[in-house]
Design a protein around this ligand. Structure first.
Ligand code: FE
Ligand code: FE
Ligand code: ZN
Length: 317
């Protein structure tokens, strides 16, 4: 099941509309401004419109990504409490919208150390779950690139969080291919991809794997820097995506492209180009990664002094 992280400009339901236009089966959104603490109240009309559009689209699930400000590992107690409050509220918003998965980064320890950070995350998640005991939305902890002091870049760290939280049944994982590669898991070769996913299964377990983010990486293996690239056009290449798309165990997992939402030089949205590659891999075909140059110029009739048509406009395709 493929999806994309799409903009909610003009209304939350607009992302679901756009996902259908792109031929996707799911979508990921920010339900609020991801750079602000405050979230405006969800109006009943907004909820209804969103739910109606999801039904119309026949999407079996929808994913939300939490604010980037949340830091459940914060050593500053004010910031940690603010994060807990904001995250619990986001869980409630997702529940109201009928969103199945809320993806979040685990947070950064800020120098307090890994063990201290993990115990704070465990305590924070415990509090979040206590504040929202009847919610239906699953919290998906995202594998991170391990930038700075952020946690969740080693599978062991996520495992320790799961074993620490008392009622962990509402906790899952979102695996981001770009992030695990930047964190040092070499998914750029067939053997490396198989080994990395085996390691994930051994340490965390595939039963926890609920969402995937399919992104190539602009930064090298182990760089601990998070920069997304288009599928097959970064330092990962196709091996990881072939492994994921051809594995029947992952078929029903929402696989979200968080690749840049731009128009490619050939005039098509990058999402469509990336999606075609993923779908080809899923069918067991070898996609061609075409070099991306501007589309050839097509002849267009324009009066010149000599009355001859000249070539001056881009072709449709
Ligand atoms: Fe993320
Ligand atoms: Fe991601
Ligand atoms: Zn990222």
């Amino acid at each position: 099941m493929f999806g994309s992280h799409l903009s909610v400009a003009g209304g939350l339901y607009k992302a679901v509309v756009e996902a259908q236009v792109e031929g996707l089966q799911t979508v990921q959104i920010f339900t609020r401004n991801q750079q602000q603490w405050a979230s405006p109240p969800l109006l009943p009309e907004v909820i209804r419109q969103f739910r109606d559009e999801v039904i119309k689209a026949k999407f079996s699930c929808v994913v939300a990504h939490d604010s980037y400000l949340t830091n459940l590992a914060a050593s500053n107690e004010d910031l940690r409490q603010k994060s807990i409050q904001s995250f619990a509220l986001e869980l409630k918003r997702c529940h109201a919208l009928g969103i199945q998965y809320l993806v979040t980064h685990t947070g950064a320890h800020g120098g307090a150390g890994e063990a201290e950070g993990i115990s704070r995350i465990v305590a924070s998640l415990q509090q979040v779950l206590e504040r929202d005991p009847h919610g239906s939305t699953m919290i998906c902890l995202e594998t991170t690139a391990g930038q700075g002091t952020s946690l969740g870049w080693r599978f062991e760290q996520l495992r320790d969080i799961f074993t620490g939280v008392r009622n962990a049944s509402r906790l899952g994982v979102c695996l981001d291919t770009c992030h695990i590669f930047a964190a040092g898991y070499d998914v750029s070769t067939p053997d490396g991809a198989a080994q990395s996913f085996e390691e994930f299964d051994r340490i965390i377990g595939f039963d926890r794997l609920r969402v995937m983010h399919l992104n190539d990486s602009r930064k090298p293996l182990g760089s601990r820097v998070d920069r997304h690239a288009h599928i097959g056009r970064g330092m990962i290449g196709l091996a990881a995506f072939r492994y994921v798309c051809q594995n029947p165990a992952f078929k029903k997992i929402p696989k979200i492209m968080e690749t840049p939402k731009e128009i490619a030089p050939d005039g098509r949205p990058w999402d469509l180009i990336n999606l075609e590659i993923l779908q080809a891999l899923e069918r067991g075909q070898e996609p061609v990664i075409a070099p991306m140059e501007p589309a050839p110029l097509a002849p267009v009739r324009r009066r010149t002094g000599a009355g001859k048509p000249i070539k001056n406009k881009r072709a449709k395709k």
